[in-house]
Design a protein around this ligand. Structure first.
Ligand SMILES: [Zn+2]
Length: 203
């Protein structure tokens, strides 16, 4: 059970699947991360097991979201546990996500820092709409929809991007991507290729 006192958790479709095994996080440059993932067609036990491993990996890496391709699986699905502007955490699993972003006068860009577990140790500002809505399917094959602002809006966009083979570095200018790469390279020692397995947390 989530600890209700730790933070205000919003789980409209139930808690995240637990009992998974953390895996090493797949890095940018691995082919599966740079092409659209296979759509989910079977909502079976194997899918649930994969989602549980994704949740375990996300928490081990102290991330707020993780897509299946980030543990090397060619499946259009992501999991998240992410706060919005009010600090409220929303948790969920989305298969075959489709994003809707504000348009016209409702479209406001937010230029906050962004990072990716698959390019660890580096952050750069990335302009994205400050609200987002994603629709897809839960592990039971039933429709789900999530909407939010703040980091949650950024997370829903970032993770849906992963399922179509886009990483946030693709959205940066050449100059910004160069800074990001330098920061990532300088942090390489802290993130061996087995990360987050067998890594002691220093905090
Ligand atoms: Zn990412």
């Amino acid at each position: 059970m989530p600890d209700a006192d730790a933070h205000d958790v919003h789980a409209p479709y139930g808690p995240l699947p637990d009992g998974g095994t953390p895996r090493a996080v797949t890095r940018w440059g691995t082919p599966v991360m740079h092409r659209a993932q296979q759509q989910v067609t079977a909502y079976d036990e194997a899918l649930r097991t994969l989602a549980a491993d994704m949740v375990a990996t996300m928490y081990a890496a102290e991330g707020v979201g993780l897509a299946a391709c980030q543990i090397g699986e060619d499946v259009a699905m992501f999991v998240f546990d992410c706060p919005d502007d009010d600090g409220r955490h929303t948790v969920g699993v989305v298969c075959n996500p489709v994003l809707t972003l504000p348009e016209g006068a409702d479209r406001q860009l937010d230029d906050d820092d962004e990072g990716c577990l698959s390019f660890p140790g580096a952050f750069e500002p990335c302009a994205r709409p400050d609200r987002a809505r994603v629709e897809g399917f839960g592990l039971d094959g039933e429709p789900v929809a999530f909407e939010g602002d703040g980091l949650l809006a950024r997370c829903l966009q970032h993770e849906t991007d992963h399922t179509i083979g886009t990483v946030f570095g693709d959205r940066l200018s050449a100059k910004s991507r160069k800074r990001l790469t330098k920061e990532h390279d300088e942090a390489a020692e802290d993130f061996p290729l087995t990360w987050p397995l067998d890594v002691e947390t220093s905090s």
